[in-house]
Design a protein around this ligand. Structure first.
Ligand code: ABU
Length: 556
């Protein structure tokens, strides 16, 4: 049966229906589809115009599982696919904007017919498609080659396909019973990651978590259970006063974990770093001794492989030596740096990672897997299960007819979990490890290119002079007025305001996006990060041109 491409009606039913361009015609079928009635609704605009300018729509109830709902469902999803394809093409088009910025109150008030408010009456499918399109329109195109704002950027088409398949399967990943293929894929990927890290086949376990912060939380939970297993049942009474150690440049999630787990954020000792943001091993030793002298029991050290701002990698082997000597749990937060393990050129930067008791690794960062995809890897087999299992009888029956060791859900602190494995598995299939390797190398080449560009410019200043280890490049833009000031607090005050001012204008214009922050005694500076394989050197040039142009306009 031929159907109108702009609506969900057979062509013979739309012929002759008259309408103005601003009126949309909704054709609602009742649930039992025995009676049809026509209804006009006033939509100002819609991209789905029938050749006679009639826009026809169905309601949600006309979709599957409605009887004979295949055709309407097919057309609805095809129209959605067209919207998504147009969005993806636009995201990768360098002449299109990265964002169309609006303030929160503007979006709340509604824009050009796009309203966030919810009504009692259902909207029709046509309106839902317009809403999908508008949601993307007023969002940020994180796949754009000139989006440098976050560690997770880009849009991998195979990964996207994986996410679609995952959503279509719409299952939970706590038992083999309802997620047999996904559970086995997790097993395969964990083995792959363990071998890349350098753990033996007999070692290693893991669980997918909703983000790096949760992975880090698991690491503290596991370390505490490893040393004090009574805590699971007896709680805090089973514990001495504990201390954790992490560097001043490490992620805030270590402190947050201490707060969440009742250890207290004040029990986290922040170890000093060198000028590049790497933990100083001697300082770690002295912090351990300080903690002990205060009557605390240090049990956990977090080393970072790829700090959030500088991309610094702590000296893992030196830290492992210290942890061994003091009998401490060594965790490596490689949420950002884990991807470097896939590159023969860069993996030696993480030497010593195999000595870690646990590792956080976010494939949704450097490996470009669609958000979110994060794991906690644990060297000691069985610990995750012991620490977290509660054996809920309605899910984890021991007398099932298959090998129940594949019911992995009780390793988690969650019950229901999103399936994050499939997109990663599918991307690995599509690229092979080699594909990931060249992707990682490409991102670091972009960082190197930016670094040398900045080095040669008088109107920019690098935050630290040596070449970055990861793909983070940190720098100040120096307007002439600031450049002519002598070093000191007055210059710092002026310089502190430069990046926020440029960023504000950059977001209003929307052609590129980069983050900034202060750090320690450093006033606001830009942090450029590369994880998008679509980004090329011309985009790096464009970023610098844009900062210069905006800076000149603001400071002329
Ligand atoms: N630590 C999570 C990600 C931070 C960032 O994208 O800048």
């Amino acid at each position: 049966m031929a159907t109108c491409p702009g609506c969900f009606l057979p062509s013979n039913q739309t012929a002759g229906i008259g309408s103005t361009q601003t009126l949309a015609l909704s054709l609602h079928l009742s649930a039992d589809r025995s009676s049809k009635h026509l209804e006009y609704s006033k939509w100002k605009r819609s991209p789905y115009k029938h050749q006679s300018n009639v826009i026809c729509s169905f309601l949600r109830l006309d979709l599957l599982p409605a009887k004979n709902g295949e055709e309407v469902t097919k057309h609805f999803l095809q129209e959605l696919l067209n919207i998504l394809l147009a969005y993806i093409s636009k995201s990768l088009n360098r002449s299109s904007k990265v964002l169309d910025f609006h303030h929160p109150h503007q979006l709340k008030e509604g824009l050009e017919g796009f309203s966030l408010e919810l009504q009692d009456q259902p909207d029709n499918l046509e309106q839902l498609l317009v809403d999908c399109q508008d949601t993307l329109k007023y969002g940020v195109k994180t796949a754009h080659p000139c989006f440098f704002n976050q560690l997770s950027t880009g849009l991998d088409i195979i990964g996207l396909a994986g996410e679609w398949v995952t959503s279509t399967a719409n299952t939970n990943i706590f038992t083999y019973e309802i997620a047999p293929v996904f559970i086995l894929m997790e097993d395969i990927i964990f083995k792959k990651m363990h071998s890349i890290i350098g753990w033996s086949e007999k070692e290693g376990d893991g669980i997918f978590c909703p983000g790096g912060t949760m992975s880090n939380l698991y690491s503290v939970l596991l370390a505490r259970y490893h040393f004090f297993p009574r805590v699971k049942t007896a709680g805090m009474l089973a514990l001495p006063p504990l201390a954790l150690l992490t560097s001043t440049h490490s992620h805030f999630s270590i402190k947050k974990s201490a707060a969440v787990l009742g250890i207290g954020s004040e029990s986290v000792f922040l170890v000093k770093c060198d000028e590049r943001g790497k933990m100083i091993p001697k300082e770690l030793e002295s912090s351990i001794r300080t903690a002990k002298s205060k009557g605390l029991v240090p049990f956990y050290v977090n080393a970072t492989a790829g700090t959030t701002v500088y991309g610094a990698i702590d000296p893992l082997n030196d830290i492992a030596d210290i942890c061994e000597r003091f009998g401490l749990w060594m965790h490596v937060d490689a949420a950002w740096g884990g991807g470097l393990l896939l590159s023969k050129r860069h993996r030696m930067k993480l030497q010593g990672i195999d000595r870690a008791s646990s590792i956080t690794w976010n494939p949704h960062k450097m490996m470009g897997v669609p958000l979110q995809c994060s794991v906690i890897l644990v060297q000691k087999k069985g610990l995750l299960q012991e620490c977290n299992q509660l054996c809920a009888e309605y899910l984890f029956q021991p007398d099932k007819h298959y090998d129940v060791s594949y019911d992995t859900g009780d390793k988690s602190i969650q019950c229901g979990r999103h399936v994050d494995i499939f997109k990663l598995w599918l991307m690995w299939k599509a690229k092979g490890s080699e594909g990931f390797e060249s992707q990682v190398n490409h991102c670091l080449e972009n960082a190197e290119y930016l670094y040398y560009k900045l080095k040669s410019r008088k109107d920019f200043q690098l935050v630290f002079q040596s070449q970055p280890e990861h793909s983070n490049v940190c720098f100040w833009y120096l307007p002439t007025s600031v450049r002519n000031m002598p070093p000191g607090p007055e210059r710092d005050r002026e310089l502190h305001m430069v990046a926020p001012k440029i960023k504000a204008k950059m977001m209003e214009e929307g052609m590129t996006m980069i983050g900034y922050q202060p750090l320690g005694d450093k006033v606001n500076f830009f942090r450029c990060v590369f994880s998008n394989p679509a980004t090329q050197k011309e985009d790096v040039d464009f970023l610098l041109d844009e900062i210069t142009r905006l800076g000149r306009e603001l400071y002329s």
